[in-house]
Design a protein around this ligand. Structure first.
Ligand code: G6Q
Length: 548
């Protein structure tokens, strides 16, 4: 198979970049009044305006040629058909089944997975209803007031992000907390002030072997028993979400209190499964179903729409355009909504763990850049911090601006100000400020000729900075579902084109192994001193100062 960067499609794009590089977006808009209309897609309650990109129709055609050559159509069909496309773990990738609200059969190894999916949803429904209504009682007969999710990575970021995003729909009497870091401060600061009699812990771990989660869960158990003293209390205050019944039992949680999912659900794609239990408890199962429905609508769009009108595909292709042909190394996710403040963190994991890969799925080193660094923050805060570098730094940083038109917390003119800021940024990033405009502005402000000469280079904005703008009506469970599914499929398409396996995470597994080795040596001085001088020195320093 020809290396990706040796294909005709790749070569055409590489030479096309030299045609596009000198073009100014402000000229493209002037020359084509239809540009915004032509470069927008409306789907699943999301308007994607991708016209502020350094791309022409020819660019899109060439990118679509690359997608066709990579058989993106075949890959999307194979994923939905339950093929084992996660080849290094020999697993299918079927998070789409978890939100398959059409309930049409989805086959894996000759078996329809939908009855199992529905059964798991029913169990979540009945449990979340019981907790919300107060029917589920703690050991001393009191209703639950606080739910603490203990999990990390994919078993934390999804429910954390979604519970924050959908806070408006929560009953304030039932509080949700998330503990992920193995630093005891995280757990102990979280339980400070909580009443063990009314606290429920959800231990969320796909493997149920993750050191951080199990350590936190054991400490939480001890905290509970410190007050409730009777081991039997654990059954009323601990539930587990996992694929590993054996380890759950070993930990001491009854499998009746276990919510199952399957190895064909990747950790970072698992908030649609029982890992979403905190979301169901927070907003109710009807809200959770709405979120699944929103994601399902995006799945249908992704699976059936022509690639040229396909929202995730277009976003994926533009991403590849910048990473591989314009050498952009990072991408910013900028949600203009406080409720979406954890979305950049969530997408950071989704994208970087999926496409942060250096070999193809066949094990050959890639000869081109793959996943970019994903980062960002919510609202106007970033404008007063890092936007400087986006406007006038030396790197190209493509940005996604995501904003709802309506706020759940309308108050005075806040929402208009927020919206105006968002659009003003995308416009300024595209247009920039020319020498002439900067000069005129300073003249109008009454600066003298000498000051103008000195300041002019600093006041020029090159513009031509690429952005996507995504508008939604409001942050609802349904729209959140569509938005997350949009990014999941974008990541999938990029992985398909880059020929990487987007569904394994050997780098994460490495961390899990390494910590175990050093831990033993920290605890036991007799253990081998087989590290490099730096690591060994740091271990000795630690031992010495811990003793003191
Ligand atoms: C996600 C990754 C990783 C994983 C955590 C927690 O795709 O695999 O972030 O979710 O390491 O793993 P457990 O759920 O098994 O505890």
């Amino acid at each position: 198979m020809t290396e990706l960067n040796k294909t005709a499609e790749w070569a055409a794009l590489a030479s096309h970049w030299s045609e596009v590089e000198p073009l100014q977006m402000r000229d493209l808009f002037r020359e084509n009044p239809e540009r915004s209309e032509q470069m927008s897609i409306r789907q699943c309650g999301i308007l994607l305006d991708y016209s502020k990109n350094r791309a022409t129709q020819k660019t899109l055609n060439l990118l679509l040629g690359l997608a066709n050559a990579a058989d993106v159509d075949g890959w999307r069909r194979r994923m939905f058909a339950g093929e084992r496309i996660n080849n290094t773990e020999n697993r299918a990738v079927l998070h789409v089944a978890l939100r398959n609200r059409s309930n049409r059969p989805i086959w894996f190894d000759g078996e329809d997975v939908m009855p199992g999916v529905n059964e798991a949803l029913n169990k979540m429904e009945s449990f979340s209803n019981d907790v919300r209504s107060g029917q589920w009682k703690g050991f001393t007969g009191k209703a639950i007031t606080d739910v603490v999710n203990i999990g990390i990575g994919g078993s934390n970021l999804g429910p954390l992000m979604a519970c924050e995003a959908l806070k408006h729909y929560q009953d304030p009497k039932l509080r949700l907390h998330f503990v992920s870091n193995v630093d005891s401060t995280h757990l102990l600061e979280t339980v400070k002030g909580l009443n063990p009699e009314t606290t429920l812990f959800i231990v969320a771990s796909k493997t149920f072997t993750t050191q951080e989660t199990l350590t936190n869960a054991l400490t939480a158990r001890a905290w509970l028993l410190d007050t409730l003293t009777d081991e039997k209390a654990v059954a009323r205050h601990f539930v587990a979400v996992s694929t590993n019944a054996e380890q759950v039992t070993k930990f001491g949680i009854d499998t009746d209190n276990m919510f199952e999912f399957w190895d064909w659900v990747g950790g970072r794609y698992s908030l649609w499964s029982a890992i979403g239990l905190p979301i169901a408890i927070a907003i109710g199962m009807s809200g959770f179903y709405e979120m699944l429905q929103g994601a399902h609508e995006m799945d249908e769009h992704f699976l059936h729409a022509d690639l040229s009108e396909n929202m995730p595909v277009i976003m994926a292709l533009l991403g590849i355009w910048y990473v591989d042909f314009a050498q952009a190394r990072t991408q910013a996710i900028l949600p203009y909504d406080q409720y979406l403040r954890y979305l950049p963190d969530y997408l950071q994991q989704a994208d970087m763990e999926s496409n942060g890969k250096r070999v193809t799925r066949f094990g050959r080193p890639v000869e081109y850049a793959t996943g970019p660094v994903i980062w960002g923050t919510a609202g106007t805060d970033g404008q007063h911090a890092f936007y400087q570098l986006i406007h006038q730094g030396t790197q190209m940083i493509p940005c996604d601006f995501i904003i709802p038109i309506n706020s759940h917390n309308e108050s005075g003119d806040h929402q208009q100000i927020l919206f105006a800021n968002c659009l003003a940024q995308t416009e300024a990033l595209m247009k920039g400020k020319t020498r002439k405009e900067a000069r005129q502005e300073m003249e109008a402000a009454g600066l003298d000729a000498e000051q103008i000469v000195d300041l002019l280079p600093h006041k020029i904005f090159p513009g031509n900075k690429p952005t996507n703008t995504l508008l939604i009506d409001r942050v609802t469970p349904g729209r959140l579902g569509s938005l997350i599914a949009l990014y999941e499929h974008k990541i999938f398409v990029q992985g398909a084109i880059w020929r990487v396996n987007s569904f394994d995470q050997w780098g994460v597994e490495l961390g899990k192994q390494l910590a175990g080795v050093i831990l033993e040596e920290l605890l036991d001085e007799e253990k081998s001193n087989s590290h490099d001088a730096s690591t060994q020195g740091l271990i000795s320093y630690y031992r010495h100062h811990r003793k003191k």
